[in-house]
Design a protein around this ligand. Structure first.
Ligand code: MG
Length: 249
């Protein structure tokens, strides 16, 4: 059913096949329906320093570290980079605004997706650009046992955030797997770009205002219109991955 997508992926990466042993899973907008609140917190914090950016922009910056997002906005609106002090202070303010908003809910379908991966023995690794404890501290409660502490990559672990592949490559090292043994599950264009650059089969899940086309253009190997659809399709997709080898004719 998905063999055309898989063939295209195998050819592009020069792989023989993909045997998923680890799933590298984003947090905001993938496990939690948190992006609308992040976007509003970002927009409000930036408005306080005189930057008036449209809400959708923050869905496009999603995946970057906070410092990188602040720096980009400063360059765009003030024609200079942000100082280290500004990055620290403003990210703290954004975190404060986010924490003061009502708690976010797990993304519908996320638990089913995680349960399925567990049932077939695929390691689950968290790969997030976030360093905010508000959500990181809730993972054990909302998704019990899904991500052991040695199977988490957060903004504190990496030098380069998404769209750089470093977070996903680090996750592969933690799980002791190669790129052709991984799937990436991501909602954001920059996260998809990073997943793609890491050499993993990258599943784009649209859970926000950005059109599916933006996720495809970012390099998703396949896209789903919601996490529920993704969770429903995953058994057949994984079966297709395991049973499809590159057509060498
Ligand atoms: Mg995300």
């Amino acid at each position: 059913m998905y063999s055309a997508y898989i063939q295209r992926f195998l050819e592009r990466n020069d792989y023989i096949n993909v045997i998923p042993r680890a799933a590298l899973i984003d947090m905001d907008g993938t496990l939690y329906d948190s992006m609308p609140r992040h976007a509003r917190a970002w927009q409000q914090m930036m408005a306080e320093v005189g930057i008036d950016a449209p809400l959708d922009d923050f869905f496009r910056y999603e995946g970057r570290t906070g410092a990188s997002t602040i720096d980009i906005l400063f360059r765009r609106f003030f024609r200079r980079g942000a100082t280290e002090q500004e990055k620290t202070d403003l990210y703290r303010r954004k975190t404060e605004l986010f924490a003061a908003m009502p708690p976010v809910e797990p993304m519908p379908g996320a638990r089913d997706m995680l349960e399925f991966l567990k049932s077939i023995g695929v390691k689950r690794v968290l790969v997030t650009g976030s360093g905010q404890n508000t959500l990181l501290n809730r993972l054990d409660t909302d998704f019990p046992g899904a991500f052991t502490h040695d199977m988490r990559v957060t903004s504190r672990d990496v030098k380069h955030g998404k769209p750089h592949p470093e977070p996903f490559l680090m996750a592969m090292t933690k799980a002791a797997v190669a790129p052709d043994e991984c799937i990436v599950i991501e909602n954001a264009p920059l996260g998809i770009e990073a997943g793609n650059a890491s050499g993993a089969f990258t599943i784009g899940v649209s859970t926000g205002p950005l059109p599916l086309k933006e996720l495809e253009d970012a390099g998703a190997d396949i896209v789903f219109p919601s996490m529920e659809e993704c969770a429903k399709a995953l058994p057949i997709l994984v079966y297709s991955l395991v049973t499809t080898s590159r057509n060498l004719n």
